[in-house]
Structure formats: C-alpha cells, structure tokens
Design a protein around this ligand. Structure first.
Ligand code: KG4
Ligand code: ZN
Length: 364
C-alpha cells in the first residue's frame, strides 16, 4: 500500500518530480473563481475565492455566459491577491494547475486561457487538472489523512456528480456506482427551488431542515434496497413537487411545512448516500472512505457517515467544509501531487478544455 500524501519534506517520495513544488491553482469550471498557492507538502500558502452566487441568484441557477464574463473580471485580481498574501513572485512558482474539465465550456476556457497565457508570459509550465480529481484528492490535505493509504473508497457528491469510486492509486480511479439521473447536489438544488429557497440549494435546505421534522413527509429512497451502488434522485424531486402542490392547494405551505419538507429531503438524500457507502465498503472490503464534493459540506451527511464509521469500524475522511465546494486549493494540490509522483507539467502552448470528461478516462 502506498501513501498518497507522502510527498512532503522528510516524507517518502512517491515519484520523480520535486516533492515541494509550489503550484498556482486556478478553478473556473462553474460559478466560483478559485485561485490558490499550495506547496507539494500540503501547505496552503494562500487562497482566494470569488463566489458568483449573488450574480446568478435571480435566475435560480448558473447562467453560463454570465459565469464566463465574471471569471474574466475576477481571475487576474485574485491571482495578484494570492501572490501578495503568500509574499511570492512569479519566479517562485514551479507550475500552474488549472481545471481543464468537466464543467461549463466558456468558464473552463477562461481559466485555461488565463493559465496558458500566464505560463507563456512567465515560462512556468502548466498542467490541466480534472475537476473531480481535485475534489477527490482534497481530503488528503487534511492532517487526519496522514494515515490514509491506497486503495480507498471515495464518495464524490457535487452539483453534477454522485459517484462512488475505488481509488487504486493517484490517477487510477474505478467507478463502482454513479447516478442514473440527477446528482445529489442537483436534488438539493431542485428541491430548494420548489420550496422557494435560493441557489445553491444544499446550504439553504440544510439551514431550514434544522427546524423541521424529517418524519412528517414520507419521501422515496430510490434504489436504496437494490443490490447496486448506483443512485437515482430524479424521483425525489417529483415527490417534493407533488407534496408542494398538495400543500399549496390546501393553503398549508407555511414555514413549518417548508421546514418539515426540507428536513425530509435532506434525510432521504443522506440515508441513500450513507447506505450506498456502507454497501460499497462491505462489497469491496475496503476500510477507508473519503468524502468529496459540495454535498460533503452537509452536516447531516457528515453525522450519518461518522455514525457509519463507528458502527462498522471504518475510517471516514472529510475535507474541511470550505474545501468541499469548488476552490483553487484542490486544483493546485492535485497538480502538486501529480508533479511529486513524476507527471511533468508542460510548456504553455495549444490547449483545449473538456466540458464532458469522465474521471475514469483521465489519460484519454
Ligand atoms: O462541488 P461543488 O461546489 O460544485 C460542483 O462541482 O458541482 O458542489 C455544489 C453542490 C450544489 O448542488 C450545492 O447545493 C451542494 O453542492 N452543497 C450542499 C451543501 N453545500 C453545497 N449540499 C448539501 N449541504 C450543503 N451544506
Ligand atoms: Zn465541484
């Protein structure tokens, strides 16, 4: 078993590259402009983030063209900010990592073009990073993950993805389960919209759920009992819609009903995610599970998985909540780990982005 984090000073090196490379990370795949400077030993030297939540709020979801334009405005000032915070100059940077996909095409192009342009101007080599690989590796930044060894399981739950992966080694990811329709984050977001809450829905549902009774409404747990690691959340949204319509026609969609429905939505999603993680641990015999992606910030999910860890005597690793949602740190860190394991960043030049890019096809 190899230690995925063994890249630091005094640590055992996993490959050929410099273990303490300083990497500038750029994330622009969706509605967050994230920039960070991370050293190969896992030290976060500086980070800055601009969330576009307010920009998209009026539309109930992300408007791709607005997202791209805002990334253009934010990216260079944020880069200056992190360099200033860390007290570093361009000559101190060893590589620039940027999100090359998956995500919104225009938004990805802004990050990629900026990274390549900066690389071209400064001579710093660049590396395109898979957004989900960034999420997947971010729990390794936590000091609690020092003991983590390959292989381990990972739950990736974000706005666009809900997947259970077997992480065999850096870059070798095997998909064990995937959503056949909506992602878990999407189920939070769509339910929130039906309840008249803002975007993103996850934090809004979770705040409202704190005052609600999860047992009042009986919502479906799709595929829960089936012997599969796949997920399905589209039926949940339809069930919420039906409840909302019933309550509205009875003039009973008051604050209590909204809180109870929010609590029921959260309970249904959390129960399914925890049960599938449990099944994956049992099926594979693996003892370590890493949680990644925006939904990983959900406290009820963290509670359910911590309980699972106690009951089944397994370890569950969570990134800090701020590292669960999109950020530049995870992109810089993924690039730093790759460099330490012998993947060389490339001189800036021709590039493309991959709006659709399966994590299991990293080398294609
Ligand atoms: O990973 P992420 O920031 O972006 C994507 O790559 O999609 O995930 C965003 C998703 C959104 O659907 C959002 O509602 C959800 O993560 N989310 C949460 C929470 N914070 C963010 N879902 C549940 N509870 C939260 N606290
Ligand atoms: Zn993400």
């Amino acid at each position: 078993m190899t230690n995925p984090r063994a890249t630091g000073r005094g640590g055992q090196k996993t490959g050929g590259g410099p273990p303490d490379a300083i990497v500038l990370g750029i994330e622009t795949s969706c509605d967050e402009t994230g920039v960070a400077l991370v050293r190969g030993d896992g030290t976060i030297l500086a980070q800055a983030l601009h969330s576009q939540v307010a920009l998209h709020a009026a539309y109930g979801g992300v408007v791709p063209e607005l997202a791209s334009r805002d990334h253009i405005l934010r990216l260079l000032p944020l880069t200056e900010t992190v360099l200033g915070q860390a007290g570093l100059a361009w000559c101190d940077i060893d590589a620039i990592g940027y999100t090359a996909g998956p995500g919104l095409a225009g938004a990805l192009l802004v990050g990629a073009a900026t990274a390549q342009g900066l690389g071209f101007a400064t001579g710093i080599p660049v590396m395109g990073i898979h957004h989900l690989e960034g999420h997947l590796l971010s729990p390794l930044l936590d000091p609690s993950a020092k003991e983590l060894r390959f292989p381990f399981l990972a739950l990736l739950a974000s706005g666009g993805h809900t997947q259970i992966m077997r992480v065999n080694s850096l870059g070798d990811y095997e998909m064990l389960g995937d959503t056949i329709d909506d992602a878990a984050g999407e189920a939070f977001d769509k339910s929130a919209q039906l309840l008249g809450l803002g975007y993103p829905g996850g934090p809004a549902i979770s705040a409202l759920a704190a005052h609600g009774d999860p047992r009042r409404f009986d919502l479906p747990r799709p595929l829960l009992k089936r012997p599969t690691l796949d997920f399905s959340f589209a039926g949940l949204k339809t069930a919420v819609l039906t409840q909302v319509q019933k309550l509205k026609s009875a003039n009973a969609l008051d604050e209590t009903a909204r809180a109870d429905l929010a609590a029921a939505v959260q309970a249904a999603i959390v129960e399914v995610l925890v049960a599938k993680c449990n099944r994956a641990l049992r099926d594979t015999g693996l003892r370590a599970l890493v949680i990644a992606g925006g939904v990983g910030a959900n406290q009820a999910l963290r509670g359910g998985l911590s309980e699972l860890a106690r009951d089944q005597d397994v370890r569950v690793y969570f990134p800090a909540p701020s590292l669960c949602t999109d950020n530049g740190v995870m992109i810089a860190w993924a690039a730093a780990l790759k460099i330490a394991s012998g993947h060389a960043p490339q001189a800036a030049g021709a590039f493309s982005v991959r709006p659709r890019w399966p994590l299991t096809a990293l080398t294609e």
